[in-house]
Design a protein around this ligand. Sequence first.
Ligand code: URA
Length: 433
Amino acid sequence: MRIYDIIYKKRNGEKLTKEEISFVIDGYNKAKIPEYQVSAFLMAVYFSGLNDNETFYLTQAMTNSGKVLDLSFLDGPTADKHSTGGVGDGTSLVIAPVLAACDIYVPMMSGRALGHTGGTLDKLEAIPGFNVNLNIKQFIKILKKNKFAMIGQTKEIAPVDKKMYALRDVTATVESIPLICSSIMSKKIAEGAKNILLDVKTGDGAFMSDYKKAKILAKKMVETGKKFGRNMTAVISDMDSPLGNQIGNSLEVIQTIEVLKNNIKNDFYDLCIELSALTIMQTKKAKDIKQARAVAQKAISSGYALEKFIKMIEYQGGNAKVADNYSLLGKAKNEYIIKAQKTGYIGCIQTRQLGICSCMLGAGRLKTEDKIDWTAGITIYKKTGDVVKKGDIVAKLFYNKAAVEPIANAVKEAFKICTIKPKKIKLIKDIII
Ligand code: URA
């Protein structure tokens, strides 16, 4: 078999066999196929797609590129949640400790920032000393002690996703249904959780901005997960507006801690509660969604979820004092205030543009080897539907090195002010089981 022929076949829209897909993934895993050919393969998949069987084979090959954990020895249900990626979407940081506080084991394996969206791992690494690169033994030890641990794709678990994810990020091949499906599902299957909740984002700031495509992706992931014997739920949630009030790594960590301290009740909090509640339902720890929401809220208001979060930081080598002293996360040297250009309502916020601006301020990468500036990002003061007077602060930019003027202009433009109050955004648009 030759990689050239496989790229050629896919480029021409032909179907690939299980063996051909395994050949690509295995060859890439063992560094026998160079990244330029894998890039070409990814672009061919981007344009020609993969059918359900091919997507399953790809997910299987990626899952089997490393170890597949069997967590059946744990004395309670196992669950995980994963988002397809959004702007300000750090819900995993809240949901994992909330579920752990509800006696659900959460073996969470996440990804880094991708394109204009943030990544859970980068947010965690904004905490000084935090180690996302645990080996399986350490991961399981913490999981047993604290009921949750948060790691990245490792050399042991889903190693191909680790490399391919970074390659897709810089080759404009992220927005592909089969590639997103196999990337997410390979990690989720390999980490061993029996219950999986997927948050598929749709709208301007999502990779699947088109609602119909988001639904196809959600269904495809649910079907793929079921083929591996997992209990699957997917929600389709809004990304036509940034989630919460913070974009950027340390800013989002602070928002997480404030939510866990029960000090914030914004749309970010609401989504954390809904997604936690749906997972609690999956594990049958509540009789209906109302009760499940109450259980999730209690995990926060009791302080138990915060306790779990602090323990996780400690166990994973981070400085847990950040929970009481945010200055330990560092602070950007420069701030730039964005004011409303006129009086009216915030009609919409161009979310993708804001995500790109946050990256340009230093919170994301343009090349795989780029270093992230943890302190860079954007605080949002006015959200869609809010009334603003000319001159009101709508956002603040935080940066160290960026050339700020063009970014500030793009942020200004992203806040569209209109005279008619826009319709309220529905956070969760659909649930697929
Ligand atoms: N999250 C992932 O883990 N993979 C993707 O491809 C997109 C979002």
